[in-house]
Design a protein around this ligand. Structure first.
Ligand SMILES: Nc1ncnc2c1ncn2[C@@H]1O[C@H](COP(=O)(O)OP(=O)(O)OP(=O)(O)O)[C@@H](O)[C@H]1O
Ligand SMILES: Nc1ncnc2c1ncn2[C@@H]1O[C@H](COP(=O)(O)OP(=O)(O)OP(=O)(O)O)[C@@H](O)[C@H]1O
Ligand SMILES: [Mg+2]
Ligand SMILES: [Mg+2]
Lengths: 226, 226
């Protein structure tokens, strides 16, 4: 389903080149539950952004269901992102002045879903993450952990086949974190692919495959067989 | 040093009143190391903002070194914040287009520190949090954990007597988290008061006093005597 071969990426900063990913290769089959871990600055978010079709790469190849992503137009990429991928950003990326409900409705607007269905699905998604009582709060009227949960609800509302979550429990207390992980586990058991970045061993333990990234390279890629 | 008596706060949202803190009382002596923990949405950040003189409260009293905070002018509050308190925000609040060095220099500019000394102190603060190689990156050219560390460096650069840190390790891997906690521990041992919000038991374990907040009330306030 997802095939990365020797993907490299560097940022240019004035005269300096900052290498960030150095020849990353990995294959992801449908229905896998993968945790990506590694030190701060090792390239995890950059890798997630490339997987989520949000950022380009400099060399190597990325094939998505056999199609070379570098040959796709911006519209094709936007369509794929909207229909196939739910992305939870590390820093949430909510629209501050819109309320939680509106923020979660946005991907459904993009997908052309009608008003009544859109509202209903957004309400369900917010209830699933425990925010039924906060739907009318704007993003700036929510706590850190509540904003994170709006970002999760927004990623799930289109019922995507692939969920990419960059640190989805970083701002959550342990009870709420476990509720969110139980939700992701249920979605994974129903067939969805879940790829999550985490710093916490307890959260990584929900996955059946662990990838350890360091200095832009995969140093460990372990699929448990139990 | 800090004395809160029956402090309450509510937000007004259209016709609804959202109570957030309900009669919070606590005394903080100089040199304490306090961890504040509790569920998402329980009022921790609101409490930190009030302690840090960033937000007002509706009823009760807050005395800072014996002075009633509600009688202070905005200028007096701003002066106190700049000179006595270093605040690490849960969502960092960096200036995206300024580089790390400039972001860290800002409190020193406000304090009237000269250019050469300001630059030197900002560089030291960034080195202390492991970002010596990233000083020229803008906030948007940094990873989540790097941005968090810039926010920490900025809070420490004025050498404040009170450090208030809202989830300072939320975006950090465990090695980097322990480096940051060791730094806060050293600062505490040199006499600084450290008040930190955390969801992680391992991080709370560095403190000698734990306060548990739930639904806007202190449910536990425990000072260990070892
Ligand atoms: N400007 C606001 N208007 C209305 N309600 C608000 C506002 N800011 C915060 N709240 C509400 O106040 C409550 C407490 O928020 P606060 O940010 O203090 O929680 P917290 O304990 O820091 O949570 P977290 O662990 O998720 O960061 C939340 O339920 C939140 O929805
Ligand atoms: N736009 C950019 N320009 C230059 N360097 C960048 C840019 N974005 C990221 N970087 C650098 O790339 C490296 C990897 O960043 P990335 O955000 O992928 O790390 P990460 O593993 O997600 O870290 P964290 O755990 O702290 O979130 C970092 O060292 C960062 O400074
Ligand atoms: Mg990251
Ligand atoms: Mg908070």
């Amino acid at each position: 389903m997802i095939s990365l071969q020797g993907v490299s990426k560097a940022y240019k900063l004035g005269d300096t080149i900052v290498p960030v990913l150095r020849g990353v290769s990995l294959e992801i089959a449908p229905g896998q539950f993968i945790a990506i871990t590694g030190p701060s600055g090792s390239g995890k978010s950059t890798l997630m952004n490339i997987l989520g079709l949000l950022e380009s790469y400099d060399s190597g190849s990325y094939r998505f269901w056999g199609h070379d992503v570098s040959t796709m137009t911006d519209d094709q990429l936007a369509g794929l992102r909207n229909q196939r991928i739910g992305f939870v950003f590390q820093l949430f990326n909510l629209i501050p002045r819109l309320n939680a409900l509106r923020n979660v409705e946005i991907p459904l607007m993009y997908a052309g879903v009608g008003t009544a269905e859109r509202r209903h699905r957004a309400q369900i998604a917010l209830q699933l993450v425990g925010l039924g009582e906060r739907m009318d709060h704007t993003a700036s009227q929510l706590s850190g952990g509540q904003q994170q949960r709006v970002a999760i609800a927004r990623a799930l509302v289109t019922d995507p086949e692939i969920i990419i979550a960059d640190e989805p429990t970083g701002s959550l207390d342990s009870q709420t974190s476990h509720d969110i992980m139980a939700l992701l586990q249920t979605l994974n058991q129903s067939g969805k692919t879940v790829i999550l970045v985490t710093h916490e061993d307890e959260i990584a333990a929900y996955a059946s495959r662990i990838i350890y990234l360091r200095d832009g390279e995969i140093r460990l890629d372990h699929q448990s067989t139990t």
